[in-house]
Design a protein around this ligand. Structure first.
Ligand code: NAD
Length: 335
């Protein structure tokens, strides 16, 4: 019987999966995959992880019978696809569980900043009901720049049109028909940055998009614009973001993802990690951002609605079953 090991699962997910995945041996761990787990994984054929379990070539070497990695996320930048390909390990993702879920969270961040919800909340719990410094701005009539018009970006555009926003978009694979149907315009990245009041990122983290938003891009932005990032921390150069906030290029930022976000919870362990200096710098930058009043940070929860989690589990079960029937689905590498 094949062994399937799940990491980063909660108790209710364990029960849901155990009731639906028959004919395989299941193992569950609440935590992310860590080196200490590897000794007991020599028989594991299928690994199901979330984004806190990096899959490196070193880890692959220690799971010799591994045939399939199923990430319960859309992004797969935490997995070394090339190393998996070399070892003949298939990698599957969950491509479409949360376009509305992440798009709704994108608007939660936009509205928090446009109406100062975060500041107002902190004040009212202290009993301060003054309006001072809480004037916001309308979304109606503002220009939203959407970078990446895949599943999530398109849903963001649908919501933005509901607010009567004008939408500019940039994508390396534009979909002109959808632009006509949804009422938005594809432009160059330069024009998008120059014209948009709010820029929102919906691209995957790849070598081509790493630090896509660097200092030169921030310099091209409309003064006083807002940046929203629900994609991956690595698409924004955090040093450049801090400078853009300091110099007033940005009047605010809404971030569900941050470079080094995985390190914030483990600050002490950092001291013993390789490249500790770089990692400590990432954590310090994150803390500097956290202290700013015009920055709203959420801890990578854009995906985290009950309905989306249910869809993730259903697709994960289908991915595993499809693999065992010899017709894998949602494959993101070709071994
Ligand atoms: P998708 O694959 O449907 O869309 C990505 C779009 O980006 C595509 O249209 C693609 O052409 C475009 N693109 C790729 N490289 C580009 C580049 N260099 N320049 C411009 N456009 C480029 O993906 P999606 O479902 O819309 O998700 C987007 C990203 O959101 C994921 O890769 C993931 O990292 C992130 N995400 C975050 C959360 C969260 O909880 N914060 C949840 C789900 C997804």
């Amino acid at each position: 019987m094949s062994t399937v090991a799940f990491f980063e699962v909660e108790a209710w997910e364990e029960e849901y999966l155990a009731n639906r995945l028959q004919g395989v041996e299941l193992r569950f761990s609440r935590s992310a995959l860590q080196p200490a787990h590897l000794a007991a994984m020599s028989d594991v054929e299928v690994l199901s992880i979330f984004i806190r379990s990096p899959i490196t070539s070193n880890i692959l070497e220690q799971i010799p019978h591994l045939r399939l990695v199923v990430t319960r996320s859309t992004g797969y930048d935490h997995i070394d696809l090339e190393a998996c390909r070399r070892r003949g390990v298939v990698v599957c993702n969950v491509p479409r569980y949360g376009e509305n879920t992440v798009a709704e969270h994108t608007f939660a961040l936009i509205l928090a900043l446009s109406r100062n919800i975060h500041k107002a909340y902190v004040r009212t719990v202290r009993g301060d009901f003054s309006l001072h410094g809480l004037r916001g701005f309308d979304l109606k009539g503002k220009i939203l720049g959407v970078v990446g018009t895949g599943s999530i970006g398109l849903h963001v555009i649908r919501i933005a049109r509901g607010f009567n926003m004008e939408v500019l978009a940039y994508d390396i694979r534009p979909q002109p028909l959808l632009a006509e149907v949804l009422g938005f315009r594809y432009v160059s990245l330069e024009e998008l940055l120059r014209e948009s009041d709010i820029v929102t990122l919906h691209i995957p983290l790849t070598p081509a998009t790493h630090h896509l938003m660097d200092w030169s891009k921030f310099q091209q932005m409309k003064r006083g614009a807002i940046l929203i990032n629900t994609a991956r921390g690595g698409v924004v150069d955090t040093d450049a973001l801090l400078r853009a906030l300091d110099e007033g290029i940005l009047s605010g930022a809404g971030l569900d993802v941050l470079e080094g976000e995985e390190l914030i919870e483990e600050e002490r362990a950092l001291l013993h990690m390789p490249e500790a200096e770089e990692k400590l710098k990432a954590v310090i930058r994150a803390h500097v951002l956290l202290r700013r009043e015009n920055v709203v940070i959420t801890p990578h929860i854009a995906f985290n609605s009950q309905e989306a989690l249910q869809r993730i589990l259903d697709t994960t079960i289908e991915n595993i079953q499809a693999f065992f029937t010899g017709a894998p689905q949602n494959v993101v590498n070709v071994p």
